[in-house]
Design a protein around this ligand. Structure first.
Ligand SMILES: NC(=O)C1=CN([C@@H]2O[C@H](COP(=O)(O)OP(=O)(O)OC[C@H]3O[C@@H](n4cnc5c(N)ncnc54)[C@H](O)[C@@H]3O)[C@@H](O)[C@H]2O)C=CC1
Ligand SMILES: CC(=O)C(=O)O
Ligand SMILES: [Mg+2]
Length: 367
C-alpha cells in the first residue's frame, strides 16, 4: 500500500502522524511511505531521519494526497485540505465529527473512508487511540489553568498550591475519565484542593481508591455542579459521551454565580465542549472572557508539546496502521472489532450513529 504523511497545518499543530520508527515498520513490510517535506520537524524528526528508513520525501501536500492509498495524520482535515482527499482514500486521524457538520459534509462528499482515532474502541469501552492524548491534555489543563489564574491575564490571582498559612486554590474537574484523572492528579500534586464529579460510580470508586484525601469525589448532577462552581477557582471539563456532542454541564446563566476571574478549561471542546459558552480557540489566542470568566478552548492542546505527544500517539496508532496497510480497510476491520468501531464515514455514508444523531439526520448517506 502507499501511505502518505502530510504536514499538519492547523494552528500551532506540531505533531506528525508517524515517526521514523513507524515508517521503518512499514517499509520493512514493503509498503511505500510518502512524507511531506518537513512534516516531522516540529516533533524533532528531519527529512533525513525519514529517508534513512526508506520514506520518500515529497515537496507538497498535494503530492502526498495524490500519491497515497492511505493518509495517516493527527488532526481533522481543515477546509484547505477538504478537496485534497480522494474517493476511496483511507484517512486515519482524529475527526471529532459530531462537533462539525461542515467537516462531516465535506468528508461525505469526498467519498473517502474516514477512520476516527477517537472512536476506535476496545471491548471494555476504553478508547486506546484517544487515551494518550487525553493523558497529555488532562495534565496540560492544570498547567494552562494555573497560568490563566494569574491576575495580569485576568484570572482570580490565586496560586493553586497556596503557601504556608494560606489555603490552596480549588480545582473542580468534570468527568473522571482519562482527562479528569490526569488533571486531578496534577492539581493534587501542586497541593490544590480537588473536587471531581462523574456519573459513573466505578470511576468515582477508582479515583477514591487511588487519589490522596484532598481529592474528593462527588456524583455529577446539576445541583452539585451549581454548588461547586461558586467556590472553585479552576474548572476543567473532561466529560465525553463517545462519538457524540458533549453534554452542557455549565450553562451561560451559571457564569454569574462564579467569582470573577474563575478559569474554565474546556478540554471537551473538540466534541463541542461541556460548557455552553465554550468556543474553539487556538494556541496563538487561547482564551476569551465572558461575564468576567476566563475561558480556554484549545482543541489541539497536545499539539503544543509535540515532542511528548507525537511519540505517545504513534505508539498506539502504529499497530492499526500496519493492519490497515497489510490487509486493506475492509479485511482489517473485519478481523479487528476494535478498529472497526473507528469507521465513521465510508464512501459517502455515515456509519457511526452518534454522528447522524448529533445533526438530527435520518438519512446517513449522500449521493
Ligand atoms: N482539547 C484537546 O486538545 C483534547 C481533548 N480531548 C477530549 O477530552 C474529552 C474527554 O476525553 P477522555 O477523558 O479520554 O474521555 P473518557 O471517556 O475517558 O472520560 C469521560 C468521562 O466523562 C464522564 N461523563 C459522562 N457524562 C458525564 C456527566 N454528565 N457528568 C460528569 N461526567 C460525565 C464519563 O463517565 C467518563 O468517565 C473528549 O472529548 C476528548 O476528545 C482529549 C484530548 C485532547
Ligand atoms: C484528541 C485530540 O483532539 C487531540 O489530540 O488534538
Ligand atoms: Mg482535539
Amino acid at each position: 500500500m502507499t501511505i502518505g504523511i502530510p504536514k499538519e497545518i492547523k494552528n500551532n499543530e506540531s505533531r506528525v502522524g508517524m515517526t521514523p520508527a513507524g515508517v521503518f515498520e512499514l517499509t520493512k513490510r514493503n509498503h511505500t511511505v510518502y512524507v511531506q517535506k518537513e512534516a516531522g520537524e516540529g516533533s524533532g524528526f528531519s527529512n533525513l531521519d525519514y529517508e534513512n528508513v526508506g520514506a520518500i520525501i515529497l515537496d507538497s501536500i498535494q503530492q502526498v494526497y495524490q500519491s497515497s492509498d492511505m493518509i495517516v495524520k493527527v488532526k481533522e482535515p481543515i477546509a484547505e485540505e477538504y478537496d485534497l482527499i480522494q474517493p476511496r482514500q483511507i484517512v486515519f486521524t482524529y475527526f471529532h465529527f459530531a462537533s462539525s457538520e461542515r467537516l462531516t459534509l465535506a468528508m461525505l462528499k469526498s467519498k473517502a473512508i474516514c477512520i476516527a482515532y477517537e472512536t476506535v474502541e476496545d471491548e471494555d469501552g476504553t478508547l486506546p487511540l484517544l487515551t494518550p492524548m487525553s493523558e497529555v491534555a488532562g495534565r496540560m489543563a492544570i498547567q494552562q489553568g494555573a497560568k490563566y489564574l494569574e491576575k495580569p491575564i485576568k484570572g482570580r490571582g490565586v496560586l493553586l498550591g497556596g503557601v504556608p498559612g494560606v489555603p490552596p486554590g480549588k480545582v473542580l474537574v468534570l468527568g473522571a475519565g482519562v482527562v479528569g484523572i490526569q488533571a486531578a492528579k496534577m492539581a493534587a500534586g501542586l497541593g490544590a484542593h480537588v473536587t471531581i464529579l462523574d456519573v459513573n460510580m466505578k470511576r468515582l470508586r477508582y479515583v477514591n481508591d487511588v487519589m490522596p484525601s484532598h481529592v474528593v469525589t462527588e456524583f455529577s448532577n446539576e445541583f452539585n455542579v451549581r454548588k461547586h462552581i461558586q467556590t472553585h477557582d479552576l474548572i476543567v471539563g473532561g466529560v465525553l459521551i463517545k462519538g457524540a456532542k458533549a453534554p452542557k454541564l455549565i450553562t451561560k446563566d451559571m457564569l454569574k454565580n462564579m467569582r470573577p476571574g474563575t478559569v474554565l478549561v474546556d478540554v471537551a471542546v473538540d466534541q463541542g465542549g461541556c460548557m455552553e459558552t465554550t468556543k474553539v480557540t487556538t494556541h496563538e489566542n487561547p482564551t476569551f472572557i465572558v461575564d468576567d470568566i476566563v475561558h480556554y478552548g484549545v482543541a489541539n492542546m497536545p499539539g503544543a508539546v509535540p515532542y511528548t505527544s507525537t511519540l505517545a500517539l504513534t505508539n498506539v496508532t502504529l499497530p492499526y496502521v500496519i493492519k490497515l496497510a497489510d490487509k486493506g480497510w475492509k479485511q482489517a476491520c473485519q478481523d479487528d472489532k476494535t478498529l472497526a468501531r473507528g469507521l465513521n464515514i465510508v464512501e459517502g455514508e455515515v456509519v457511526y450513529k452518534e454522528i447522524s444523531e448529533a445533526f438530527g439526520w435520518e438519512n446517513t448517506s449522500v449521493n
